[in-house]
Design a protein around this ligand. Structure first.
Ligand code: 58G
Length: 230
């Protein structure tokens, strides 16, 4: 998958892309993230990318020219690339959207700054808008990293064990069941007997029950969404 990122702060991505799973995905040739500095596309002699809102109000907005020219230059004539703006006004990102994006060959992620975008940027480019949650950040960069991370781990051959992604919390609309590793007892806390029993049918049943209990306790909305809350 190719991911083009348009940002005023490409340096923010370096650490995230050169550690752990994202680094491995890059080394395997599965993920190619290309960073583009929106400021490089400005026609202004002072390389200005922001301006004051008409009608007044606090802060600054992204001005149309640099963002639109950057998107058009990066996209070229690729009609298939999915253009995504990170924005609190967007569709709220979830595992289903992560799965959908994992099936796309090329994503173009545009990270805003300041108080947002001049509306004509959205009217001209008609991007998909995605939010990583109902809160405002100082820029779209960290939300873009969240999306790159969640999508990359779903790409073929990224995780060592192909089951690790399909067993995820949320792939079945439930939170994860409790998990234990060695030792069998730590500070008096024992691993549940069923997990040591070797009875895989009982283990499956216990895990499913636990997942449902946990989900009902803290995320009942996930059960409600399935229409089978009780
Ligand atoms: C209002 C405020 C509109 C994504 C800020 C647009 C981006 C949160 C998310 C903005 C973001 C999220 C400017 C800063 C977008 C722009 C950016 N904050 N929840 N902030 O995914």
């Amino acid at each position: 998958m190719v991911v083009d990122v348009l940002t005023l702060f490409p340096g923010m991505f370096e650490g995230v892309l050169t550690e752990s799973i994202l680094k491995i995905a890059h080394e395997k040739g599965v993920l190619d993230v290309r960073l583009h500095n929106i400021r490089d596309y400005t026609n202004d002699k002072h390389r200005k990318v922001d301006d004051r809102p008409y009608g007044g109000g606090p802060g600054m907005l992204m001005t149309p020219q640099p963002v639109i020219d950057a998107v058009e230059a990066v996209r070229g004539d690729d009609q298939e690339a999915e253009l995504i703006f990170l924005s609190p006004q967007g569709q709220v990102f979830d595992q289903k959207i992560a799965n959908e994006l994992a099936g796309i060959k090329r994503l173009i992620l545009v990270c805003g700054r300041y108080e947002g975008f001049d509306e004509r940027i959205l009217l001209a480019l008609k991007p998909r808008e995605i939010s990583v949650g109902d809160y405002v950040m100082t820029g779209g960069e960290i939300p873009a990293m969240a999306i790159i991370d969640a999508v990359t781990r779903l790409l073929p051959n990224v995780l060592g064990d192909p089951e690790s992604a399909s067993n995820d919390s949320f792939q079945n609309d439930l939170l994860d069941f409790p998990q234990y590793t060695r030792p069998p007892e730590y500070r008096g806390l024992k691993v549940p007997d069923v997990l040591l029993s070797g009875n895989h049918q009982e283990i499956s049943r216990w895990r499913n029950e636990q997942a449902i209990i946990r989900t009902r306790q803290t995320r009942a909305d996930l059960l409600n969404n399935k229409g089978d809350s009780t």
